[in-house]
Design a protein around this ligand. Structure first.
Ligand code: SF4
Length: 128
């Protein structure tokens, strides 16, 4: 097996070649050690931070941006996006609020990254 990966850890963007030689990976082209680990992780268990938005009921806007609190397996991102599309939360939403605890089964949560206050009419109705 042989291939190339562009390291995205820093702006240098090294083009790293990866070759499997028996049970060993031969990594070349990385200018630092972080690139080696990045290449191995990308091969064995690629992960990504998932960012998207969810519906908000009764908020000053209809959507709140969310992201995972850490990287999750790339292989489950599509499935999780489908699940997240079905989710809605009631306003108010605060930054850092946990929307889905342990979304990946490994302890990573989905958290809000945007504050969404109650819609003005909802505030009046609730006497706030
Ligand atoms: S290998 Fe090191 S220097 Fe190259 S892009 Fe990755 S982090 Fe940056």
């Amino acid at each position: 097996m042989k291939g190339h990966i562009t390291c995205t850890i820093c702006p240098v963007g090294c083009r790293i070649s990866v070759k499997k030689d028996g049970n060993e990976y031969v990594i070349e082209g990385n200018k630092c050690a972080r690139g080696k680990q990045y290449a191995i992780d990308e091969l064995i268990n690629p992960t990504r931070i998932l960012t998207t938005s969810i519906k908000v009921n009764g908020g000053s806007c209809e959507l709140a941006s969310v992201r995972t609190s850490g990287p999750i397996d790339l292989s489950i991102i599509r499935e999780k996006m489908k699940e997240i599309k079905q989710i809605s939360v009631d306003a108010p939403v605060s930054v850092g609020q946990v929307i889905v605890k342990d979304i990946d089964g490994k302890g990573v949560s989905l958290i809000a990254t945007r504050e969404v206050p109650l819609r003005r009419s909802e505030t009046t109705k609730n006497g706030l």
